[in-house]
Design a protein around this ligand. Structure first.
Ligand SMILES: Cc1cc2nc3c(=O)[nH]c(=O)nc-3n(C[C@H](O)[C@H](O)[C@H](O)COP(=O)(O)OP(=O)(O)OC[C@H]3O[C@@H](n4cnc5c(N)ncnc54)[C@H](O)[C@@H]3O)c2cc1C
Length: 401
């Protein structure tokens, strides 16, 4: 809504549509406190458990015996059965197409695993994540450079820290799980450990007492990698986001990859024409074969991203301290800037700022690493031979005298 004045000076409100097709009304309904408990893909029915009374759309049609079938002719996808168990209400809802975006413990995925021969792997990092907040300086400014990702690398732990808009920094400590559990029961020893492991934070950014308080107060979050062998069921259900791939947060790409799933699926696979027909003519949500085609392309990419994220934990702790890795990065940045046609850039830029498929990113990185490692080895060999040759010439010169 634009608020302005007309030529006569009267207040004027001009509504302005936003969506690409001029939508002004959201076409999604939100139901809170409804937990999905099972999915029947064959009959296209999902069951929710609701502990909350008073959501009219879902409770419409409840009958005295607690069971009602709400499907009316021409209301496909809106059919619903309700029943009561132990004070909470169970509701069965018919669906045309089911999108499982219910996170790493996905119920849709679990139901899919019962219905399909679906490979699944889950690997926990033996480390836990704990948030720390580094407050703004007294004048409201930043205490460190706000244009950097700040890292305190250690052999078995790390602190990664990014600026927030209010002058503070949001930091995450990832630390060996056994150590975290130890300090949970011995909090008085934590600040000492933290200071030795991540020098320069105490006392300039946080006092020892604040570090301990935040450590005690904040959640300790497990980190894991999840991969699935299938991300859809026929042409009637799909997994998007963490339900189909969970990654460790070292590239900060978990949510980004989930959003990218949505873009790839809706832009590249689900034909927009069939999408508009679905609403108009009760046609299937997507054309036959869409989910299969999407899975074939997307699965290798998300698996590659899950692996890249896991590997980056090592890079952040050791790679950033290795002169070879730093030289490689400098050469890559130089080539990226001065010879862009060579398509040579850092892995980080490809992932964070590019739009290439993660499988391609991985291939290009492997090729670059191979070439640079050979060049660096060659340069080292050349340098060593030059030093040796100079020493020999010097020694011969000495003997000749
Ligand atoms: C410590 C940490 C730091 C991270 N940092 C970053 C970062 O910097 N950048 C980034 O891109 N990603 C980051 N991530 C990853 C990011 O948080 C996830 O990838 C993202 O939240 C996944 O979104 P999602 O919608 O797929 O799942 P979720 O965010 O998990 O959402 C799933 C939703 O489904 C609901 N749900 C679950 N089960 C049911 C059910 N049975 N019935 C009904 N509802 C249900 C949940 O309540 C939740 O609301 C980080 C993750 C962690 C753990």
């Amino acid at each position: 809504m634009i608020h302005t004045k007309d030529a006569e000076g009267k207040i004027k409100n001009i509504p302005m549509v936003y969506g690409p097709q001029g939508q002004v009304k959201p076409n999604a309904k939100l139901f809170f406190n409804h937990k999905l408990v099972s999915c029947d893909f064959d009959n296209r029915v999902v069951t929710f458990e609701s502990s909350q009374v008073g959501q009219p759309e879902l409770l419409d049609g409840m009958v005295d015996d607690g069971i009602a079938l709400l499907e009316k002719p021409g209301t496909r996808g809106k059919g619903m059965k309700t029943g009561t168990t132990n004070g909470s209400k169970m509701k069965s809802v018919k669906f045309d197409f089911l999108i499982g975006a219910d996170g790493t413990h996905s119920c849709v995925r679990q139901s899919m695993m019962r219905a399909l021969h679906m490979d699944f792997s889950q690997e926990y990092l033996q480390a836990l994540w704990c948030d720390f907040i580094f407050p703004a300086a007294e004048d409201g400014g930043y205490r460190m450079r706000s244009t950097c990702l700040h890292i305190w690398p250690a052999d078995h732990s790390i602190v990664i820290c990014q600026p927030d808009v209010d002058g503070s920094f949001r930091a995450g400590m990832v630390c060996d799980a056994a150590k975290v559990r130890y300090y949970e029961t011995h909090p008085d020893e934590f600040a000492d450990f933290f200071d030795k492991e991540f020098p320069g934070i105490i006392p300039d950014i946080l006092s020892a007492q604040e570090v301990t308080q935040q450590f005690v107060k904040h959640l300790k979050i497990p980190l894991k990698s999840v991969k699935c062998g299938t991300i859809g069921f026929k042409d009637r259900a799909i997994l998007l986001g963490d339900s189909s791939h969970t990654m460790t947060p070292f590239y900060a790409m978990g949510m980004v990859t989930g959003l990218e799933d949505v873009r790839v699926f809706f832009q590249e696979f689900r034909d927009p024409k069939s999408a508009s027909q679905t609403l108009a003519k009760n046609t299937p949500f997507c054309a036959p074969g869409t989910i299969d085609a999407y899975s074939k392309i997307r699965l290798p990419d998300v698996h590659a991203m899950v692996d890249l994220a896991a590997e980056h934990y090592h890079v952040l702790r050791f790679g950033v301290r290795s002169p070879t890795a730093r030289t490689k990065k400098t050469v890559e940045s130089f080539l990226s800037r001065w010879a862009p046609s060579w398509d040579w850039t850092t892995l980080y830029s490809r992932i964070q700022f590019g739009h290439e498929r993660f499988t391609i990113v991985r291939q290009k990185e492997a090729r670059q690493t191979k070439i640079i490692t050979r060049l660096l080895a060659g340069a080292m060999g050349f340098f060593t031979s030059m030093v040796l040759a100079s020493l020999v010439i010097f020694a011969i010169g000495m003997f000749a005298k």
